[in-house]
Design a protein around this ligand. Structure first.
Ligand code: PXG
Length: 464
């Protein structure tokens, strides 16, 4: 392991101050305080270093966001220049700043043809709050205010604000705070390993889409405003739907005139091998939420890309849309976003994922199917998942109480690779700049962690 000294403050000291003052997101604070947070101090390319100098391969791109990798000087320069010139001005009262205009123009260039306009927010959650307000406003303007209901899916993740968490299908989040808010309902997710046993991929994709049709009939199409989904569910465990799913969802939405919203917060900006996940999965949404990869996470920024169907109504018939954030179109964030997209273009990263490292990662993950713990594998571009199973022959899961995914994640931590555990599904989404040689290096680490987890499971008698 490489060792570097980056700060005079000891890790124990950082951890004590952290435990005393910093309430972390999605964290059991007593649990964290008892073990101490890992203090990350610097990063370069696809690697992080902690306060003790340990080098870690970041196979999660920060939190699905550092698409161009760490240490890109272009983004630093863009932020510095903008901070010096104009660190902030708002876009509320008939004003605009050049970076916000230029980024809006650039987003229209890289999006599918019907997307010409953008509404900026500070995060993905705020982007999805904007979606809720925008689709309801759209139907209001068209004289159909009773179209209020938004249909989403179990195990979806759409953020953590009241609307974001309501759109999301995480039962643990709904249980805290009386969610979902009214007018948001959920159908089952297109997770073949869990819900599609005995069906072909094609059949299961159609069946999972038919649950949308059933829900629309149950509610009444004249009450449904929109359907929202992540092209590939990210936080839910990198769940890649069958190829038949999204085209069928599109057909059902079109049939009932329902707006289709693609949450591209994770799948946008090259992650799946196209600029947006809907292009990879084969559908044409009316709205797209984005965040994360738009700035490669260097600075917070999100928003909603607005297609012509909604854009025309809002602009030509809507008057004032009473919605916005202080940081809608923040000039520094937009300058970084613009530099980031230009860099993705200059480095050819979307093509790199599509033609080179995407297929290479898929082959490497396919080869893991032979491992005794691996019951299923799914990949899409630079997103990938491994399902850990107790019994390879029948594909049965481990009892949840054993926490096998967390055991594996613990090994990843110690071995120097960041992988997420969603239950017993181990997932990755590395920076798009990753090379084949780095994928080999990552796979060596992942195999080692699987072997260590297998040894634990054998020792504890967890295998059948
Ligand atoms: N939509 C999707 C699809 C997301 O993945 C959000 C919206 C919300 O974005 P903000 O910027 O408000 O966080 C997300 C965020 C995880 C994890 O554990 C994933 C996210 C956030 C935090 C943790 O995988 N995705």
């Amino acid at each position: 392991m490489t060792t570097t000294r980056s700060t005079p403050r000891s890790t124990k000291d950082w951890q004590a101050a952290d435990a005393a003052h910093f309430l972390h997101p999605f964290t059991d604070h007593q649990g964290l305080a008892s073990q101490g947070a890992r203090i990350i101090t610097r990063a370069d390319n696809i690697y992080l270093w902690d306060n003790d100098g340990h080098k870690i391969l970041d196979a999660m791109s920060g939190l699905w966001c550092v698409n161009v990798g760490y240490g890109q000087q272009d983004l630093v320069d863009a932020a510095t220049r903008q901070l010096q010139t104009l660190p902030f001005y708002n876009a509320f009262f008939q004003t605009a700043t050049p970076p916000a205009i230029e980024l809006a123009e650039k987003l229209a260039e890289v999006s599918p043809p019907s997307f010409r306009q953008v509404f900026f927010s500070g995060s993905g959650s705020e982007g999805n709050d904007t979606v809720v307000r925008m689709v309801r406003r759209y139907w209001d303007i068209l004289g159909q205010p009773e179209r209020q209901v938004i249909i989403s899916r179990n195990n979806a993740y759409h953020g953590s604000t009241m609307a974001g968490a309501s759109l999301g299908g995480m039962s643990g989040m709904h249980a805290q705070g009386g969610l979902p808010i009214p007018g948001i309902v959920h159908i089952e997710q297109p997770f073949a390993w869990l819900h599609g046993r005995g069906l072909s991929d094609d059949e299961f994709g159609r069946q999972a889409a038919s649950w949308l049709q059933d829900k629309i009939v149950e509610i009444g199409a004249d009450k449904v405003a929109a359907f929202i989904g992540e092209p590939v569910q990210g936080a839910g465990g990198v769940i890649v739907p069958p190829a038949s799913y999204w085209p069928e969802i599109q057909r059902i939405c079109d049939k009932h005139g329902i707006l289709l919203v693609s949450d591209e917060v994770i799948t946008g900006f090259g992650r799946t091998g196209h600029w947006f996940g809907c292009e990879t999965l084969g559908f044409k949404p009316d709205l797209m939420t984005f965040a994360k990869g738009v700035t490669s996470g260097y600075i917070p920024l999100g928003g909603v890309l607005v297609g012509d169907r909604v854009g025309r109504v809002l602009v030509e018939q809507g008057g004032e849309f009473a919605h916005g954030y202080t940081y809608s179109g923040h000039p520094v964030a937009c300058a970084v976003g613009l530099a980031n997209i230009r860099l993705i273009q200059r480095l050819g990263l979307v093509q790199h994922v599509h033609d080179d490292v995407g297929p290479y990662l898929a082959a490497a993950f396919e080869a893991l199917r032979a491992h005794p713990l691996v019951g299923d594998v799914q990949t899409c571009g630079l997103m990938a998942a491994l399902q850990l199973v107790q019994d390879k022959a029948d594909g049965n899961a481990f009892p949840e109480s054993l926490g096998v995914g967390m055991v594996c994640r613990g090994h990843c931590f110690r071995e120097g690779v960041i992988m997420r555990a969603v239950g017993d599904r181990m997932i990755i989404a590395p920076p798009l700049v990753i090379t084949r040689a780095q994928i080999d290096e990552m796979m060596t680490l992942i195999r080692r962690c699987l072997d260590l987890t297998l040894a634990d499971a054998q020792r504890r008698g967890w295998l059948r």
